[in-house]
Ligand binder design. Structure first.
Ligand code: ADP
Ligand code: ZN
Ligand code: ZN
Length: 806
């Protein structure tokens, strides 16, 4: 193959296509589809992806590829196709789609190394390469300028002896560990000490230590030196004399290192589980792509069904992807997969460092694992023999990426499932309206689990009218019922989860005298109070300032923070229940790595009476001693400018309620609300998803929202408010004249947050059923404004399936 079509690393409209390059003769046969290469582009040298290699090109004067970034493809042929599909459906640049599929380490700064896969492989290397790797296991790529050498290295990679590794600069050190061990001494010598001259006292001492304490085992070199108080040069001496050998052992940066997972065995399934799993297994057996919606109440044993379905897939020698929301990617959840499948599992979540994520990704690429459990982007795991994709809590909005490419993991899953002829399982106790409607229409296969395992009762839910409390003179944030319930748990030594719906709440700062609210100078949003450091922060742009002592407007000293942040609840709790021990979990207490897990472990071990937190405690937690769940204010989310507000409220309340009474002790849920009669709150009482679905569907129909209409949101922003207004107006007009009569175009209007980072924001919404011209029309708009985008910092974002309306 003499030519390569390459997509270069420049996300602009003009470069959003392939460019042809000549493959220099020396690299013909070596450069493969999906590899990254270095190409000349204008004055620059850029990285690019080889989309195709071919015998001919219709272009005449072509430049040549100048460098190799990979020796094995980074992107599989399937993922290349998927990239084009993402580009088409989400209206992003092809390069953005490709990069979204790769771990950040491959984008970040890196040192490229050629590495010996294991010590035994050293012997198997070709002689020319062997001499390079005699003393080291890792050599910078740049050492092998010579193309013949590179060609040999490529062969070794195919044999599995060498690999290319990117060392993320600051992480390099953790990756490899130098260990020492006692060299095998020839039998005619009694002791290695004989080899040492008598004046080498320190070396003798160290050798003695090695004989007694290390032997044929391995010990980290650093430990050896510190335990013997030895120096690097003494160690060198011992190595030269053949008494001690050293080597570098590869250690994956394994975030779960040192943890032991007790092996768990498949449980005998309940009748409902059995009925759910058999159609899935059938689809695995017959290699049929089907989408299943597993609608099962919390605690109905969905996870056990996932585990056993996966087992069937692995038994067939295939691979599986399990997506769970970031927030519920808790150690508890990960443990369930690790204990069933052990080292066959890779885990991908945002808590991992760039290097750790890259290591997990490499395990997938090298087929060392068969199963990946991860958040949204794990959907791009480069498996080539997928047998199943599972999306747990399919209603979670975090499956939608809110930056380019604005994809929904569910759509990607279904696309990949189709390619691999394998089932996709969507699981939830509160499916999205869209998915449930599809299941009712027969597009998805509905699997229902109505009962909790062992017929444990669903927790009793009580809804408290907070207006009533106020009328009775209770001005605290705890109703009498909740307070009594809290007290009784403390007496009985049972535990409580207290949930604060923080979204839309935030503790803003207001002057009690003049009503002035402190806002971010760059965004139209009030600043949030953080007690730590007495700071005010903007959650959109990160602006920070110190909490003022007097009101900037009227100089009054009565300036206070309002709203019910978790810190404030904690303070209140300390007043009304001084004997209660509380663990608070929010962004502030969990920002340090590992703190999330530490707090949960502490609570699980009975380290506190109350776990107080935000969204991050709503999911996936399972503690036997939790018998009470309290929701401080159910309706804060209801009033957001979002057509899914009711759905999100219902889902969240149901999820939170599900944390109670999952084991022997029965559970109780107390929900406080100012609008208890709203169906999204009232219906949680009876765990009445079906009825909620019916009512919400009627509302969606009335207001022409999904699942009756698709929606597309355009957001236009610019530092000049007039410019934004005019452009948005023009875009709306253009849409109206180019789309069919059926489609509804709303706007231009200012966005719910009219200014972010000093940019004014307008939006315009399209509701449509079938709109053949939509993509074409939107592309026309983007092309038309291309220049403004480039020179004028106009920004147009198009979201084909928005979940955040702000
Ligand atoms: P879900 O994922 O639907 O919320 P889980 O899978 O977490 O439910 O199951 C709830 C509890 O029931 C877990 O503790 C689980 O170990 C247990 N469980 C699940 N299936 C069975 C079964 N077939 N027999 C006994 N216990 C089960
Ligand atoms: Zn701001
Ligand atoms: Zn004031």
């Amino acid at each position: 193959m003499k030519y390569a079509s390459v997509i270069v690393d420049v996300p602009t409209m003009q470069t959003d296509r392939t460019f042809d390059y000549k493959i220099p003769e020396k690299w013909q046969g070596m450069i493969l589809q999906g590899m990254r290469v270095i190409v000349p582009f204008g004055q620059r040298k850029l990285q690019g992806f080889v989309i195709e290699v071919k015998e001919e090109s219709s272009f005449k004067k072509l430049k040549s590829i100048e460098g190799l970034q990979d020796l094995t493809p980074s992107v599989t042929p399937e993922l290349l196709q998927l990239g084009s599909w993402l580009t088409e459906t989400t209206l992003c640049f092809n390069i953005s789609a490709l990069q979204a599929m790769l771990p950040a380490a491959m984008k970040a700064k890196y040192d490229k190394m050629i590495t010996l896969i294991s010590e035994e492989k050293r012997k198997e290397l070709e002689p020319t390469l062997k001499k390079y790797f005699e003393k080291q296991a890792e050599i910078p790529w740049s050492t092998f300028e010579d193309d013949d050498l590179l060609k040999q290295i490529q062969k070794e990679i195919q044999k599995g002896s060498l690999e290319v590794v990117y060392r993320v600069s600051q992480k390099t050190k953790q990756k490899k560990k130098r260990v020492v061990q006692l060299a095998q001494i020839q039998t005619d010598r009694n002791s290695p000490l004989d080899l040492l001259p008598s004046q080498a006292k320190k070396q003798k001492e160290m050798a003695q230590f090695a004989v007694e304490h290390i032997g044929s085992k391995e010990m980290p070199a650093s430990d050896f030196l510190s335990l013997t108080n030895g120096s690097e040069s003494s160690l060198k001496g011992l190595i030269q004399k053949g008494i001690i050998t050293e080597k570098w052992v590869e250690i994956y940066r394994d975030p779960y290192e040192g943890r032991h997972f007790k092996k768990s065995l498949p449980l005998p399934l309940t009748t409902e589980q059995q009925q759910s799993i058999s159609p899935i297994l059938e689809s695995v057996e017959n290699k049929l792509h089907k989408v299943f919606l597993m609608y099962g109440v919390t605690g109905s044993g969905k996870t056990e069904v996932y585990l056993q379905s996966i087992e069937a897939v692995l038994n067939k020698g295939k691979e599986a992807i399990v997506l769970v929301p970031e927030i519920s990617l808790t150690p508890q959840m990960v443990n369930r997969f690790k204990s069933r499948f052990g080292s066959m599992v890779a885990v991908l979540h945002s808590g991992l460092s760039i290097g750790e994520k890259y290591d997990e990704w490499r395990k997938i690429q090298r087929k060392e694992v068969k199963l990946v459990v991860g958040a949204r982007s794990a959907i791009f795991a480069p498996f080539e023999n997928l047998g199943m994709i599972i999306i747990d809590e399919e209603h979670e909005t975090s499956y939608k990426q809110e930056e380019t490419p604005r994809y929904h993991a569910r759509d990607v899953a279904i696309k990949r499932g189709d390619y691999h002829n394998c089932p996709v399982v969507l699981g939830s106790a509160t499916p999205t309206l869209e998915s449930f409607a599809r299941a009712q229409k027969g597009v998805y296969t509905l699997l229902t689990l109505k009962e909790r395992v062992n017929n444990r009762a669903m927790p009793a839910v009580e809804i408290i009218d907070m207006r009533e409390e106020l009328r009775n003179g209770n001005r605290s944030m705890f109703s009498e019922t909740l307070l009594e319930a809290l007290q009784s748990r403390i007496e009985k030594k049972e535990q409580t989860v207290l949930f604060l719906n923080k979204r839309g709440y935030s503790s803003f700062v207001m002057c009690r005298d003049c009503g002035y609210v402190i806002q971010c100078p760059h965004c139209d949003i009030s600043l949030t109070y953080h007690r730590f450091g007495q700071q005010l922060k903007c959650h959109y742009c990160g602006h920070e300032e110190i909490m003022p002592k007097v009101c900037p407007e009227c100089q009054s000293e009565h300036i206070r923070y309002f709203g019910t942040g978790t810190q404030k609840v904690e303070e209140e709790l300390a007043k009304v229940l001084p004997e209660a021990s509380v663990i608070r979990m929010d962004v502030d207490t969990t920002s340090k790595k590992g703190s999330h897990e530490r707090l949960l472990t502490k609570f699980g071990e009975g380290g506190a009476d109350i776990l107080l937190g935000t969204q991050m405690i709503a999911k996936g937690l399972d503690f036997p001693k939790v018998t009470l769940v309290g929701v401080l204010s159910a309706d804060t989310m209801l009033h957001l400018p979002d057509f899914r507000a009711a759905e999100k409220t219902f889902q969240l309340l149901t999820q939170v309620s599900g944390r109670a009474g999952r084991h022997e002790l029965p559970g109780e849920v107390i929900i406080q609300s100012y609008t208890p009669e709203h169906y999204s709150i009232e219906l949680t009482k009876e765990h009445h998803y079906d009825e909620f679905f019916r009512q919400e569907l009627a509302v969606r129909k009335l207001h022409e929202y999904p699942p009756y209409y698709y929606i597309c949101l355009l957001t236009i922003s610019h530092p000049d408010v007039l410019k934004v207004a005019i452009v948005t107006e023009n875009i709306s007009t253009f849409l109206k004249s180019n789309l069919s009569q059926q489609s509804i175009i709303l706007g231009p209007v200012t966005s719910p947050i009219p200014k972010i980072k000093d940019r004014y924001r307008y939006q315009c919404m399209i509701k449509y059923k079938k709109e053949k011209n939509l993509h074409g029309t939107l592309k026309n708009i983007l092309e038309h404004y291309q220049k403004d985008v480039h020179q004028n910092s106009l920004q147009i974002t198009i979201d084909m399936n928005p979940y955040v309306m702000l």
